[in-house]
Design a protein around this ligand. Structure first.
Ligand code: HEM
Length: 726
């Protein structure tokens, strides 16, 4: 009987212990909870049974063993933890058919149904996908040590490649060595600074090329890719390999091989592509093999000293790299670097073309903060609105939408689920960037959301990780960011970007195509029309009229002196100069910079002044003729700014006799900026210089013929001598 009492005592202690653990696990794991409840009921039953029946010692021993077994089972709660939830799959293939060709979008859909951490089965492989900032933090920070191995895409599963790989190795000694070499020789602050000259030089080539080809339709992705590729080959081999001139043809040679390697890397299911990848690898190797041999001879010569190193290649050779190792690392840098950066530029530019008001704000910021023709690395920190726009584009279109595939080196726990060893892991940046729980109005492009916000793209803020975070974070992040900023700032500063065939920017096809980098399904083609060209043309025509009409030039100079009288003229003072404004209107009346507007096209057949304009007809509005029409203007061929003094006629699209910027839905969106620029340049020149024609040319005998183009130019360029006013 005493034993029975003791037994009852122990049983009650056990029940209390179970009750405590029940409350601890209740919220997390239903499975364990069920076990605990059953055990609790059993214990209660047995206790009362023993008590009621006054049973003896053998029974006590047996039942104690039984309790012990139960307690031991319950003491191992982790073994019963489950995989993250996910959709039910088919036998053998699992969820492969549900993942499809746009895994970022399909897994985002599952996340909506099953939560921020889901699991799927791709054949035998378990795939875990994180789609919230908390889940991303757990994977890339808390469990970074165990979840940073790699799953190698089929294309790169080559026994000869993996041992030397930076991207596809697990976090082993090879990987550490390669990352250290790249960090010190390629990605350090010192290296970045010395590469900035190369970056600016290649960008200069791009800008020159676009100036030469302005008005032609250009595939933005191709020219940006070539520019970035040449920047990288200059850093690695001190040489360019691709030529912008080839951009109009089909991709061939090295360009084609690189694109194929990149394309194969993104293919998920096709097992036949390994051979194809190796073939393209060998083709690319052939392009730099000779250079490697030549530099190896230098590095191995007895006179070699480390200070002679000219390029990253020399550093690899100094570190004893074999040809295979060099080829492997170099190709990986090209694959990881050029495509991601190109994709960042193209997506950002696409959003900017769709949001003209953002481009103007950036253009104004550049003008206000930098105000030079050539933007360099050192200017970039002064452009917070540009930076905010790039963050916003990367939020909506992360160039590597699922990061590169991670793999679990050990079984571990994330958000109370088990991630088994060897699981493949994606962090779905694309889903997080579009999640209304994370971002307000997530599908709108609004750079303003980052103004005054501390959220950055450098891997500390888990809602925005375009470069990843933790030990696998992109090692070239600082230069990636700078390249994107520099290219965008330069293109915006130098050009107006116009879509060919009057395509409505809001109707651009924004579909994406999954690969190592997320690309646009249909490449963005743009006309690079120098914004500076239309503005330049306005300034030059106004100036030539002023040189021909000294009395007007003089009146403007007096107005500036009287109304402003400072050495440095700013935007805000321009409204005090009505005579200057009248002179600019008058110059634009006689010499409209875009004389026929940009060609419109009839989307539908319609009637104008009782005539039919058939669908697809091209439509020109002849501003040049209207500006010289005596039915519209008195004494139209004379240059008389006075006609606008006291008149309400303006150039802002309300007065149909004077439309230098057009009107209606296709009106020049850059009008305010254009007007201000022309005014400011003229004021500064008139204020600071006397303008004299060379060789004592009589201004009234200047050749005023024009040359038709997107902007109407002078046939013979105006040459003037600027003499500083003392
Ligand atoms: C805007 C441009 C770029 C973006 C958005 C970007 C993004 C990324 C991302 C998301 C990862 C994977 C992180 C992870 O798996 O957790 C990555 C890895 C990597 N990136 Fe970048 N990247 C850019 C530019 C570059 C450039 C210019 C280079 C080199 C020339 C480069 C070299 C690499 C390498 C070698 C890795 C693999 C690192 C490793 O596995 O340890 N990236 N990048």
């Amino acid at each position: 009987m005493e034993l029975c009492v003791a037994l009852e005592y122990y049983s009650r202690r056990l029940i209390r212990a179970i009750n405590t653990s029940y409350h601890k696990v209740h919220n997390h794991n239903q499975h364990t909870t069920q076990h605990l409840t059953i055990t609790k009921v059993l214990l209660m039953d047995i206790t009362s049974f023993l008590k009621d029946n006054n049973l003896s010692v053998p029974f006590f021993v047996l039942s104690s063993i039984f309790f012990l077994l139960l307690v031991v089972k319950l003491a191992k709660p982790t073994s019963s933890k489950k995989l993250p939830p996910g959709p039910r799959g088919l036998p053998i293939i699992g969820n492969l058919h549900q993942v499809g060709d746009r895994p970022h979008a399909s897994t985002a859909k599952f996340a909506k149904e099953y939560g921020p951490l889901i699991s799927l089965r791709l054949g035998k492989q378990i795939l875990v996908v994180a789609s919230s900032p908390d889940a991303a933090r757990e994977i890339l920070k808390t469990q970074d040590r165990f979840l940073s191995s790699r799953v190698v895409p089929t294309a790169f599963q080559q026994p000869s490649l993996i041992p030397h790989s930076l991207i596809w190795s697990d976090c082993n000694q090879t990987w550490k060595g390669l990352r250290t070499l790249c960090r010190t020789e390629l990605f350090s602050a010192k290296a970045l600074e010395s590469h900035s000259r190369l970056r600016e030089q290649k960008l200069g080539h791009l800008v020159d090329f676009l100036h030469k080809n302005q008005g032609q339709v250009i595939n933005l992705e191709d020219v940006v890719f070539i520019t970035l590729f040449n920047t990288l080959t200059s850093i690695i081999f001190s040489r360019d390999f691709l030529d912008l001139k080839d951009v109009h043809g089909t991709r061939d040679g090295l360009n084609e091989s690189l694109h194929k390697i990149i394309e194969y890397g993104g293919i998920i299911k096709d097992f036949g592509i390994r051979k194809g990848t190796m073939k393209q690898y060998n083709k690319t190797f052939a392009y730099w093999e000779d250079i490697i041999e030549e530099r190896r001879a230098h590095v191995n010569s007895p006179t070699w000293s480390s200070e002679n190193a000219e390029s990253f290649l020399d550093r690899m050779l100094e570190n004893g790299f074999s040809n295979d190792q060099i080829n492997q690392l170099v190709t990986e840098l090209f694959v990881a670097g050029t495509n991601t950066t190109t994709s960042s530029v193209v997506w950002a530019m696409t959003e900017l073309v769709r949001h003209k008001e953002v481009i103007f704000k950036i253009a104004e910021e550049i003008k206000r903060e930098i105000n030079t023709d050539k933007i360099s690395d050192s200017h970039l920190s002064k452009l917070p609105y540009l930076q905010a726009s790039i963050k916003e584009a990367m939020r909506l279109h992360p160039p590597v939408p699922l990061l590169l595939p991670h793999m679990a080196a050990e079984t571990c726990e994330v958000m109370n689920y088990t991630i088994p060893k060897n699981s493949k892991i994606f962090v779905n940046l694309w889903a997080m960037g579009r999640d209304p729980k994370v971002w307000d109005d997530p599908l709108s492009f609004k750079p303003e959301r980052f103004i005054g916000s501390k959220i950055d793209i450098k891997g500390q803020d888990f809602e925005l990780l375009p470069f990843g975070s933790g030990r696998r974070t992109c090692p070239r992040m600082p230069s990636g960011i700078k390249s994107v900023q520099l290219i965008l700032a330069s293109l915006i500063n130098d050009f107006d970007l116009v879509l060919p065939n009057n395509v409505d920017p809001m109707k651009l096809d924004m579909s994406d195509k999954f690969g190592i980098a997320l690309k646009m399904e249909k490449p963005l083609k743009e006309l690079f029309v120098a914004g500076t060209n239309t503005t330049t043309s306005s300034v030059v025509w106004a100036m030539i009229e002023l040189v021909r009409h000294k009395e007007i030039l003089f009146k403007i100079a007096e107005e500036i002196k009287r109304e402003i009288n400072t050495d440095k003229i700013s935007d805000s003072q321009l409204s005090k100069l009505p005579y200057l404004q009248a002179s600019i209107k008058e110059a634009m009346r006689l010499h409209p910079p875009v004389p026929l507007l940009l060609p419109h096209m009839a989307a539908e057949t319609c009637e104008v002044m009782n005539y039919t304009i058939p669908k697809n007809a091209k439509i020109l509005v002849n501003l040049w003729e209207m500006g010289r029409d005596p039915k519209v203007w008195e004494d139209p061929l004379s240059f008389k700014p006075e006609r606008f003094i006291g008149s309400k006629l303006d150039i802002k699209g309300q007065d149909f006799e004077l439309l230098p910027f057009g009107t209606g839905r296709r009106m020049c969106p850059g009008m305010p900026l254009g007007i201000k620029s022309v005014q400011l340049i003229l004021v500064s020149l008139i204020n600071e210089f006397d303008l004299v024609l060379p060789n004592d040319v009589d201004p009234m005998k200047l050749d005023m013929s024009d040359k038709f183009g997107i902007a109407l130019k002078m046939e013979k360029p105006l040459k003037v001598i600027f003499k500083s006013k003392d």
